[in-house]
Design a protein around this ligand. Sequence first.
Ligand SMILES: Nc1ncnc2c1ncn2[C@@H]1O[C@H](COP(=O)(O)OP(=O)(O)OP(=O)(O)O)[C@@H](O)[C@H]1O
Ligand SMILES: [Mg+2]
Length: 193
Amino acid sequence: MTPAPIVARTTSPGDTRRLAAALAGELTAGDLLLLVGDLGTGKTTFTQGLARGLGVTDPVTSPTFTLVRAYPCAAGSVSTLLHADLYRLDRLSDVVDLGLAEMVEDDAVAVVEWGDVAASVFGPDVLTVRLAAPPTGDARPADGPVGERPDEDRIVTIHAAGTWSARRAAVAARLAPWTSAGHGRRRPPPESR
Ligand SMILES: Nc1ncnc2c1ncn2[C@@H]1O[C@H](COP(=O)(O)OP(=O)(O)OP(=O)(O)O)[C@@H](O)[C@H]1O
Ligand SMILES: [Mg+2]
């Protein structure tokens, strides 16, 4: 049975990076994350935070023409972050050709934007992260302190499938500051980057 999703909320691009960096602390070699969400919802921004949490020092940008990029990691047991973007994927067989599944088996973590289009290729053991704007009517009031922008809120919904289901509680604990099970809605700290 698939456990209930973890639902978190971020309030700015920097906040999404911080959430992803917190999640990175839970990752070990062989992990596969699929990022899902409409254009411009923050999949690459999330990946930047994940990279920071894994000790990547190179700037992370969209792997538009290459489909997949590899970033060396300085922190922990993960040696490489593989970042793929399947938006321009023509055929599903191209994903197989990328060999992500094999690359990840070594000592890498893979994060795949638009990963849902190729979910069938990746097998059952995936952590799926969905980014979306909050539903209409659920925006924070715009009259908050300077710097708070309700249009920068994102709902981050995380599904732990396959072997990830046994790690759901650990993931939820990392993300507690962003979920209602944690502190609830926080004032966003000043942008760190
Ligand atoms: N809370 C937030 N989290 C992430 N990004 C946010 C947030 N609020 C605003 N943004 C803005 O939304 C945009 C997200 O862009 P990003 O490239 O990360 O999206 P994407 O989902 O990767 O897009 P694409 O579908 O083109 O790959 C950026 O301009 C970012 O500054
Ligand atoms: Mg992107």
